[in-house]
Write a protein that binds this ligand. Structure first.
Ligand code: MIC
Ligand code: SF4
Length: 648
């Protein structure tokens, strides 16, 4: 039987377990990346593991999220990360060099390799034929130390692309169509693999837009084959040596297949407040808008910005529209400067932002009250923009630019002829903002400076025998990590200070949550009740570290998003699901959940555990996850395993 490309890469990297669907496998990780909002914690955890040099083929630390330096905190984090990188064998991408996923695609992505990153959009590099997966910071720390990364052997969903996109319909419209089809839960436990004749018509930056937003499907990864177009891209980046062809076997069998005819797609928009709430732009046309933001790791490539520049050239942003543009990397910004397009953008009234995440993570550019904001980004969760009642729509660069000019939602196809833009044959490559790590001999001299905001992270204790925890919060379906641990310019600087950031945990949903959780902590701890797809969105481990700090012992819900479930386990918080979904309605805030002998139940691997004598809760921890929970988290578990190994 022929194998899919994802299966081939997974199988070639298995170091623990068997290639059986649904079973847990440990993968050898070739490359890692971190960004600065999750990086400080990841490196503190890496340091706590006591490993001198990273053991991967390549590890890169990017500075791209916390670049609005309104106090010393972010700059201190940057300095700390730079020091750790230099000392431990990690490349350091300085602030200004660009967004991690865009830069990694340009400079490091390698077909056939594995990459994990402490950011949920790490699958972007799947556009270049790699198996790239978003993970928690601790998982990345372990992988840097040479440890395997564990996933459930995924189902592989094949999406056959046919035909060719029509003028001014773009890769963003492809992934929005997939989101409409599969929803924000549709990718959970799956890898999405694109194949078919239509693939050839898409360049690597276009493919990367599609794999990037596979994160919004909840998918473990998304991947395109590595073919001639990949070779062209790598050559244009001066990296032809990194090219190798990779594709599915002829006759590969997918667990499920869908087909999309690219030539039938039209411009689409994800409407507030979910990336799968997709409508045709045509249906929204005429709706007045207040803001347009072009950029983010989804749509900030040179080709994307050139398409926007072609629309904006010689025009002015409508008076009611605040237009901002954040190029994805120094390479992109520099090329726009060289070819004059930057001048066209400036002339149109665009506010040019630095090459970083910026408005995507609420680092500035929050819309006006009740504002309608069109963004080329990947997430439009309520409040993420920094304005609680803003209405954020996710669109392509073409739709964004067309609407910026007219001041209302505009289908870019109505604009008459605008020249398209093809990927250039040669990108401007200059890695002068990538700092090379020190060689092993002189690494000892590197000083690591910790600013006063960098505080030790909480570590759990081994699991206790009994649990009696108060239900301190009950939430519904699709709760995002932006609900659990909000980001934005005010809170992000606290990413390296868990006691301080915990004061904001869940406050977007319930301002009293931290106080209530702390009160319960004194009496045996708290438990959170959730609906389906609990913890979707970001990979931020803070969404587990803050609850841990606040005394949360377990989360009980209908289903979990993959990375968040892993982050809970890594921090020793027990993830349980309802065996009978109806029980969700029976448990309320203020109740308690109790189980004598919980530890024994977990130890023996009970599939269902009876709480309060009435609620059957499902425990689907794998053998390894069970050991992590018993140890009180991945760090304790890793230390124990190391000690056992060292003692023979
Ligand atoms: C995001 O898009 O939400 C982030 C900020 O990039 C996060 C990481 C973080 O919270 O630091 C992600 O997607 O993982
Ligand atoms: Fe940065 Fe936004 Fe991409 Fe997250 S989704 S990595 S915040 S640009």
């Amino acid at each position: 039987m022929g194998l899919t490309l994802a299966e081939k890469i997974i199988n070639a990297h298995i170091v623990d377990g068997e290639p059986l669907k649904g079973s847990e496998v440990g993968l050898k990780i070739d490359q890692t990346l971190t960004q600065d909002a999750t990086g400080t914690m990841a490196y503190l955890q890496f340091e706590a593991m006591g490993i001198k040099r990273v053991k991967t083929e390549l590890s890169v630390a990017y500075i791209d999220h916390n670049t609005l330096q309104t106090g010393f905190e972010n700059a201190d984090d940057h300095r700390y990360i730079g020091g750790v990188a230099k000392k431990h064998g990690i490349y350091f991408s300085r602030p200004g060099n660009g967004i991690c996923h865009q830069v990694h695609l340009e400079r490091f992505a390698k077909p056939g390799k594995t990459l994990i990153g402490s950011d949920s959009h790490t699958p972007t590099c799947g556009g270049c034929g790699m198996l790239a997966i978003g993970a928690g910071g601790l998982d990345v720390a372990v992988a840097m130390g040479g440890g395997a990364y564990y996933i459930t052997y995924p189902e592989i969903v094949g999406i056959e692309l046919k035909g060719k996109l029509r003028d001014r319909v773009s890769a963003k419209d492809v992934i929005l169509a997939v989101l409409k089809l599969l929803t924000v839960k549709g990718g959970v436990g799956r890898v999405i693999e694109y194949f078919g004749e239509g693939v050839k018509t898409l360049s690597v930056p276009e493919r990367a837009t599609i794999t990037n937003m596979g994160a919004e499907l909840g998918a473990t990864a998304s991947i395109f084959p590595s073919d001639e177009a990949t070779g062209r891209f790598l050559k244009a980046q001066g990296r032809e040596g990194d090219y190798a062809e990779f594709s599915a076997d002829p006759g590969a069998v997918y667990d499920k297949t869908y087909a999309i005819d690219l030539s039938e797609l039209v411009p689409l928009a994800a409407c507030p407040h979910s990336p799968d709430n997709v409508k045709e732009v045509k249906e929204l046309s005429g709706v007045k808008i207040n803001q347009v933001c072009i950029g983010s790791c989804t749509n900030s490539s040179f080709t994307d910005l050139m398409k926007a520049a072609r629309v904006l050239k010689g025009k002015t942003a409508a008076e009611n529209v605040d237009l901002s543009i954040a190029p994805g990397s120094k390479q992109v910004l520099n090329m726009l400067a060289r070819n004059g397009a930057l001048s066209d953008l400036i002339t149109s009234g665009a506010r040019i932002l630095e090459s970083a995440c910026g408005p995507c993570i609420g680092m500035g550019q929050s819309p006006c009250s009740g504002g309608v904001s069109l963004r080329t980004f990947n997430r439009n969760f309520e409040g993420r923009s920094g304005t609680k009642d803003a209405l954020v729509y996710l669109v392509s660069p073409e739709t964004a630019a067309a609407s910026a000019v007219s001041g209302v939602f505009t289908d870019p196809r109505t604009l008459g002829e605008t020249p398209g833009f093809e990927m250039p044959e040669r990108f401007m490559t200059d890695d002068n903002m990538l700092v090379e790590p020190r060689g092993e001999e002189s690494a000892g001299d590197v000083e690591i400076i910790r600013g006063p905001n960098i505080k030790p992270f909480p570590v759990n204790r081994p699991l206790e025998n009994d649990i009696r925890a108060d239900v301190v919060l009950k939430v519904g379906d699709n709760v995002t990590t932006d609900h659990i641990m909000p980001a934005g310019a005010k809170i992000l600087p606290l990413r390296s200070n868990i006691p301080a950031i915990s004061e904001y945990c869940f406050t977007a949903v319930d301002p009293d949550f931290p106080e209530r959780a702390k009160a319960a902590k004194g009496k045996g701890g708290g438990v959170i009740i959730g609906g389906h797809n609990y913890g979707q969105g970001s990979s931020r481990e803070h969404a587990a570290l803050a609850p841990l700090y606040l005394g949360i012992k377990a989360v009980v819900c209908k289903s979990f998003a993959r990375i968040h479930r892993q982050n809970l386990i890594n921090n020793g918080i027990i993830p349980l699901t309802f065996a009978n979904e109806g029980d969700y309605d029976k448990i309320e805030r203020g109740d308690f959940l109790q189980k004598h002998g919980l530890k024994q139940e977990i130890e023996k691997g009970a599939g269902e555990i009876l709480f309060n004598g009435v609620y059957k809760l499902r425990n689907d921890l794998s053998g390894r996850e069970k050991e992590i929970i018993l140890a009180g988290g991945l760090l304790n578990f890793t230390k124990e395993t190391k000690e056992r190994r060292d003692n023979g």
